[in-house]
Design a protein around this ligand. Structure first.
Ligand SMILES: N[C@@H](CCC(=O)N[C@@H](CS)C(=O)NCC(=O)O)C(=O)O
Length: 234
């Protein structure tokens, strides 16, 4: 367990659990600046108790055996609930929001907006997150070191194309799905925090609608609780 500090923190938000909702303390494998932050915001929004298990995603250290046993990719977030471990941000987000429907954080199965919410969650995890992976971990996408710069250049083009698609989809909407704030906006916000000058990424201002939604998400107390360091740094 070199890289894990078990039960670093326990958070018990004030909301009471509705009769038809699951009552339990979730456990989340977590690191600052990682995709686990978005899931943590979702937990805060849902007002359910959770514990953080802090782990390292540094490239200088191997993944903790405990993490690899739960997710062979070595990635976080990993959510622990009564059925065991679940990984993949989009899946965890949908799972949690469906289990705690009172929050209305995701449209219910037969509600208008359900399809689009799934579309964007899948798009974010399969396309946008992958483009960030190309940028931050280029060696995973090519055979030789000399090709890494090319992968990185391509990732910048890809990020630009993909964020433009999101920007166009928002248009004049208040939120990505229209008039309703959802977990999709939290995921969008998280992905904007990974835009980096150092990596040559486009500035968020290049996508004014994305920037507007991200700024609105940033006003939420849940985001302040989780992203305090990021908010202070911009
Ligand atoms: N598709 C995964 C990707 C998760 C992911 O990329 N996690 C990063 C942190 S943001 C990670 O654990 N990186 C460590 C590594 O790649 O070794 C998801 O959506 O959960």
């Amino acid at each position: 367990m070199d890289h894990c500090q078990i039960r670093a923190n326990c958070f018990v938000p004030g909301n009471e659990t509705a009769a038809n909702e699951v009552a339990m303390t979730y456990r989340l494998y977590y690191a600052a600046e990682s995709a686990a932050m978005g899931v943590r915001v979702v937990l805060e929004e849902l007002g359910v108790p959770y514990e953080l298990i802090t782990t390292s995603i540094s490239m200088d250290a191997p993944r903790a055996p405990e993490v690899l046993a739960l997710n062979p990719n070595g990635w976080i977030p990993i959510l622990i609930c009564e059925e065991g471990a679940i990984y993949e941000c989009g899946a965890i987000t949908t799972f949690l929001c469906d289990r705690h429907p009172r929050s209305g954080l995701i449209p219910a199965i037969n509600e208008v907006g359900r399809g689009l919410s799934l579309q964007w969650l899948f798009f974010f995890s399969s396309s946008l997150q992958n483009a960030y992976q190309m940028s931050y971990y280029p060696w995973r996408f090519c055979d030789s070191r000399q090709d890494e710069a090319s992968v990185q250049r391509r990732s910048i083009k890809r990020l630009t194309e993909l964020w433009q698609i999101v920007d166009d989809a928002i248009g004049e909407n208040e939120w990505l799905l229209g008039e309703r704030f959802t977990a999709v906006d939290i995921y969008l916000f998280m992905l904007t925090t990974w835009l980096s000058d150092l990596h040559g990424h486009p500035a968020i201002e290049s996508f004014p609608n994305v920037s507007r939604v991200a700024s609105a998400v940033m006003q939420r107390p849940s985001v302040h609780a989780v992203y305090r360091d990021y908010i202070d740094s911009i």
